[in-house]
Structures are given as C-alpha cells and as structure tokens.
Design a protein. Structure first.
Length: 252
C-alpha cells in the first residue's frame, strides 16, 4: 500500500506572520493524524522559521526549488545542504511555473534531482502538459518526455525516494481541475512508464500526486482513484481549514 502524501506549495505568497500562523494552525490541526504524510513548502526565506514552527508536528518541511551545485558563486541560489541544514525533507522540482515562467529545462531539473538525491532531500518531481498540448493529443508524449528527461540516470533504488506530481498546467491556479478520469488516465500511464523503465516493484511503490486546483470539494473523488496517491496543493494550501479539508478527503 502506498501511503498518501498531501503537500502544500505556498509559492510566492504570505508574509512572515501569516506563514507562521498557517504553520502553527496546521501543526495543531494535524495532531494525532495517522496514515498520511503531510508537508508544506514555504518560500525559501521563510523555510527556517516555518521549520521551527513545525518541529515535532506531523507536518514535514519542503522547499520549492534548489540549485544543483553544492556551493560557490551562484548569486541568488540555495543549495541542497542549506535546505537540509534547515530541516527540509522534500524539495519540489520542475514545477510548471519554473519550467514555463523561469525557463527551466528537463536537463536542469535532472541535475537538481541528482543533487537532491545525493544530499538526502526527497524530490517531488512535477510533470504536466499545457492546454494546447492536451488539445493536440500530445499529453502522454509530453509526460513521457518530461519523465525521461527529469529522471535520466536515476537508479531503481533512488526511485524509491522520489515522488512524482502530475500537474496539468491548464489546471494550475485556474479553478479548472482535471476530471478524476482525465487525471487517472495520466497517473496510470505514469505507473506503466515506471514499470517499463524500472520494474513492477518500483511502479507499485512510487507515489504519484495530482496537482491543479485541488480543493476540499473535489479532493475526495480525485484521491479515490487507484493511481492517485495524494495531492500537491497550491491555492488551497494557504488556509488551514482548506488544506485540512483536503486531507480529510482521504478518510471519507
Ligand atoms: P493550485 O496549484 O492548487 O493553486 O492549482 C497547484 C500547484 O501548482 O502545485
């Protein structure tokens, strides 16, 4: 059985006080919860403070990005060791906003994936098609290309430390959630790809989150799909009751 995993991607939102209040609220509300992994990924400048607020709670800490080099003259970047130093467990890699707004390529995401794995951060590797790619019937080709590019050279053993997030770009921040059937189709294709590239054991073990306008009122049916193992949540992760409402969808 794959353990469900719900992660919040706070993106470039909140100020220090509201981020702390959110973390404290989540720590409190998730007390005693069992059978699910939870994480939040604050803006990097707040990672330290949020890590302290979450200490000893059921909510793990993640980052939204990392640089692949260990240290040196890389102005503005943050290393794997720095994030580990602040208590990060996860890092989101290849989010569509980084791919499409900041121009990140599969090759760069691949370097970051290897750096994260080598340094003990668990990558949440995002893949997802644009609306015109879906309309042109290219969804599965795009997913395959991003999977192969971002995960090139990842061993069978390392794959056990990776979470994949399927996030159709047209569903992110738009309120247009993928239907459970649309999402499940891609999740199943990803699971089959894991079997093709690795083996059945890997395919059965790797968790695949869905992301894109997940809210409490659509989470239950999405999370009930056989190959959807959790959610990567943007907008709805900024409110304690909404995030916890999505988590509650798991137990219904
Ligand atoms: P959203 O974002 O839930 O606001 O659509 C999801 C994501 O980008 O991870």
């Amino acid at each position: 059985m794959r353990r469900p995993f719900i992660a919040g991607n706070w993106k470039m939102n909140l100020d220090r006080a509201s981020a702390l209040a959110l973390a404290e609220g989540l720590a409190k509300q998730s007390k005693g919860l069992d059978g699910v992994d939870l994480a939040v990924c604050p803006p990097s400048v707040y990672v330290d403070a949020i890590g302290r607020a979450l200490a000893g709670s059921n909510v793990a800490l993640g980052a939204q990005n990392v640089y692949h080099e260990a240290n040196g003259a890389y102005t503005g970047e943050v290393s794997v060791a720095m994030l580990r130093d602040l208590g990060c467990k996860y890092v989101i890699l290849g989010h569509s906003e980084r791919r499409h707004i900041l121009g990140e390529t599969d090759a760069e995401i691949n370097k970051k994936t290897h750096a994260a794995l080598a340094g003990g951060l668990l990558p949440i590797v995002c893949v997802g098609e644009l609306l015109d790619e879906r309309e042109a019937g290219q969804t599965l080709d795009v997913i395959r290309r991003q999977f192969d590019g971002s995960l090139a050279g990842v061993s069978e053993e390392q794959m056990g430390n990776i979470v994949i997030a399927y996030e159709p770009v047209w569903a992110i921040g738009t309120g247009k959630v993928a239907s459970p059937t649309q999402a499940e189709e891609v999740h199943l294709a990803l699971r089959n790809l894991l079997q093709e590239r690795y083996n059945k054991g890997v395919a059965e073990a790797v968790r695949i989150q869905y992301g894109g306008s997940v809210k409490p009122d659509n989470a239950t049916v999405l999370l009930a799909q056989p190959n959807i193992d959790g959610a990567l949540v943007g907008g709805a992760s900024l409110k304690v009751d909404q995030f916890m409402g999505i988590v509650a969808g798991l137990t219904k």
